[in-house]
Design a protein around this ligand. Structure first.
Ligand code: KIV
Length: 271
């Protein structure tokens, strides 16, 4: 319940029912009030306050630098705007790995200070203690396997994960472990479509894919990427619904031209 006393339309249980009846789940990232309000009005099921804010909002090269305070700031703005959708917030790098007590404190801060509905953590077996401790406090947890951007320095590249049998087997085992622990959903990022479908088929909880093919239970994209605000990033899984970079550039250029040529403001635009 994240908007003062009003129950959300989309809950973790609703997501589970959507999977049961074969209705796909639509999730997008959101980091600020204005964007989240439009996402919610459009009928998005889940708004993910992703640590990709580190890239698209703050201009960092990776998701590693963003802090817990910064994630809470973004989450507060999104929660204020969201009446219908479930709001999930990423626990940022360094706030949950290797110390389950710290993980619980981080998750509690997010839930208490932002009013979000759930948290998301990257990893499987290696973070299961943290997952268990957060779940034991009644905080819903979404998992994230496959390409996990917080581990980019371990992977070395952003290429497709789990192409080989050993990594694919570990991913399937981790997915089962997360489900058994009580995670309500799992994101699978940049893995072969057949593997995504296998996990979605074997698990009862909804599997949300980003570059995990069409056989999973839902899809997520970074909102700046699907709107074409970022234009230098073109992975195969990305469908661009707009070219806002070009449209915004044009609008800013028109404004600059109007100011400099004295055509703005005109008589009707002043007091
Ligand atoms: O931070 C993020 O945007 C994410 C999605 C890519 C799933 O974790």
């Amino acid at each position: 319940m994240s908007t003062e006393g009003k129950a959300k339309v989309v809950t973790t249980h609703v997501l589970y029912e959507m999977k049961l009846r074969g209705e796909k789940i639509a999730m997008l990232t959101g980091y600020d009030f204005s964007m989240a309000r439009i996402l919610d009005a459009a009928g998005i099921d889940i708004v993910l306050v992703g640590d990709s804010a580190s890239n698209v909002m703050a201009g960092h090269e990776s998701t590693l630098p963003i802090t817990l305070d910064q994630m809470i700031y973004h989450a507060q703005a999104v929660v204020r705007a969201t009446k219908r959708a479930l709001v999930v917030v990423d626990l940022p790098f360094g706030t949950y790995q290797g110390d389950s007590k710290q993980a619980l404190c981080s998750a509690i801060r997010i839930m208490k200070e932002s009013g979000a509905d759930a948290v998301k953590l990257e990893g499987g077996k290696e973070i299961i203690e943290s997952v268990n401790r957060i779940l034991s406090a009644g905080i819903p947890v979404m998992g994230h396997l496959g390409l996990t951007p917080q581990s980019i320095h371990k992977f070395g590249t952003y290429t497709v994960r789990a192409r080989d049998e050993a990594e694919a087997e570990k991913l399937v085992a981790d997915a089962h472990l997360l489900e058994e622990a009580g995670c309500f959903s799992i994101v699978l990022e940049k893995i072969p479509a057949a593997l995504g479908e296998k996990v979605a088929h074997e698990l009862k909880v909804p599997i949300i894919g980003i570059g995990a093919g069409s056989g999973v239970d839902g899809q997520v994209l970074v909102v700046h990427d699907m709107l074409g605000i970022t234009h230098e990033f073109s992975p195969r899984f990305l469908r661009r619904y707009h070219n806002l970079y070009a449209e915004m550039l044009g609008a800013f250029q028109s404004y600059i031209r109007d100011v400099k040529s004295l055509s703005f403001p005109n008589e009707r635009e002043q007091y």
